[in-house]
Design a protein around this ligand. Sequence first.
Ligand code: LLP
Length: 424
Amino acid sequence: MSWFSRLEGQLKVEDVLLSSVAEKYGTPCYVYSRSGCETGYNEYKKALEWCPGGGRVCYAVKANSNLSILSLLADLGSGFEIVSVGELERVLAAGGEGQKVVFCGVCKEEHEIRRALEVGIFCFNVESEKELELIQKVAESMKKVAPISLRVNPDIDPQTHPYISTGLKENKFGIESKKAVSVYQKAAVLPNVKIVGIACHIGSQILTMEPLLEAFDCITGLVQELKDLGITINHIDIGGGLGVRYSDDENPPSPSEYLSRIKSKLLEQSRDIPDIIVQPGRSIVAPAGVLVTRVNFIKETSNKSFAIIDASMTDLLRPSLYGAYHKIEPVDYDENKTEIECDVVGPVCESGDFIGKKRRLRIIDGDLIVVYGAGAYGHCMSSNYNSRNRPAEVLVDGNKMNLVRRRETIRDQLQLELTEFNSQ
Ligand code: LLP
């Protein structure tokens, strides 16, 4: 993570001291590195260079949907994976091209399909027969042809947290692989639908390549079956899911290791190589972002110590929701401070409100701490629970800090609600 470094114990992001970001914009605050995001994207782009069609990186907007992040990725030429019309509007507002969008998700609504057809998206990844029928109906009413892939559920265990496994038969996602061919045959005769590809996404924070490669074998097997039936697949969308290193004992494969295995498999199997689409989210942005928060005070009990910080589960939900580990350090390291073991907790009224447990930190009241790996599924999963304001977001570029989302205010929260209502 070269974009985070220490200068005499003080943590910098690119050329900016994190303490100066906190001073200017307050805490809690998400801070992203522009070069971190760019590096994440470029690794995938480079790892796909061998693809005859050039390959496509469709960044998963859900991982971090801040407009400035989308805009910098759009400038690099990125495509986008979306799961709602809200994400589509974000992509467009950030200057992304509708024609580079892949639309996923188990239930696209009629108005969402219509908007996606209006902007001419690249592909709908269809997750059920009923959705296929709805897409046909909407496209027909607009006198358009919708490009589609079927998202196949290969029933493979990605060996990750059960809440983020998506390719097992008990999961709601995709079309069972044994039914895929018949649904393709059905799609092939629909007049307002055009088959362009096949898709698969088996989960997130995947740390070993085997399940991903097994899923790929299932997909290429189907591509062959379809070919024999006269159905041509132009691209294989292998989804996202590559994990990142939240803790030192995690060693996820790199995009280049993963994609070179995909390349070898394709070369072994066939001469007509379809284009490859990837939909990474976490592995592009997680390492490029941190959450900076202040220790309000350290509370000692006869049982343990708590570092009570000004961030909580409402700002970073992953530890509470998945028991996820995020590395925590003081922003400014001072070895003269005594190391304490503490649970790092927020002020929310839930015992599940923690960011870290049993952490050994050299901190005292008032210190700033940093939570790493917060660039993905951080701010975008924040909430107003306990009527807390969502934090600010800052994008650092070299020696410049840019406020890319201001901190919410209580007024922002109140203005959506009414004190009077009509009960008729
Ligand atoms: N494509 C599809 C269809 C997806 O459902 C997802 C993530 C991605 C791509 C991107 O996957 P990634 O490369 O980021 O692993 N909130 C959870 C993660 C949920 C992931 C949902 N789908 C977390 O904080 O771990």
